[in-house]
Design a protein around this ligand. Structure first.
Ligand code: MN3
Length: 202
């Protein structure tokens, strides 16, 4: 099985003005595609691993043969992280905020949605260099963390509920060095219905 670029559930311009169409197109059609191409190239030398999803591969990195372990970590991670990222976004809404079970869980864990937003934003802002900030769940506990490069919380046994790509390729065309503005814009386009679904399937 070859890994393939997933179709976006919305048009490239659907997240305007928060994320511009050009950034979305390059990010999806070029960056994400490149992770997939390099993942497929690595797996061509290990056909026994071709039946596994990217998520399965990075969930158990120590079982991956050492000659392709770093490639799977970087490019399997890149594929899984971007597939996840597209899935938790939607066209912008005014006063976009969580409802239902995830809202209750966030309030319980971080005292309020505003406090959560502040802590998550600071984590994303302070991720030095390239990487991601996440809201994850493990053993029923919510946690905010950051990873470097394309490392995934799945590799630590933690399940992502929200993730923001803070590589410059995710925002530089529109926001240049203003990562904080991009992070703030991200909050307008989080698909909380999807996040609720992920939370409730735990
Ligand atoms: Mn990216």
């Amino acid at each position: 099985m070859k890994h393939e670029l997933p179709k976006l559930p919305y048009a490239y311009d659907a997240l305007e003005p928060y994320i511009d169409a050009k950034t979305m197109e390059i990010h999806h059609a070029k960056h994400h595609q490149t992770y997939i191409d390099k993942l497929n190239a690595a797996l061509a030398t290990h056909p026994e691993l071709q039946e596994f999803s990217a998520e399965e591969l990075i969930s158990d990195l120590t079982s991956i043969p050492t000659d392709i372990q770093t490639t799977i970590r970087n490019h399997g991670g890149g594929h899984a992280n971007h597939t996840f990222f597209w899935s938790i976004l939607r066209p912008g809404q005014e006063n976009n905020s969580p409802e239902g079970p995830i809202a209750e869980a966030i309030t319980k864990s971080f005292s309020s949605f505003e406090k959560f937003k502040e802590q998550f934003s600071n984590t994303a802002l302070n991720r030095f260099g390239s990487g991601w900030a996440w809201l994850v769940i493990s053993n029923g506990i919510l946690e905010i963390l950051a990873t470097a490069n394309q490392d995934s919380p799945l590799s630590e046994g933690k399940t992502p509920l929200i993730g923001i790509d803070v590589w410059e390729h995710a925002y530089y065309l529109k926001y240049q060095n203003k990562r904080a503005d991009y992070i703030n814009a991200f909050f307008a386009i989080i698909n909380w219905d999807k996040v609720n679904e992920l939370y409730e399937s735990q």
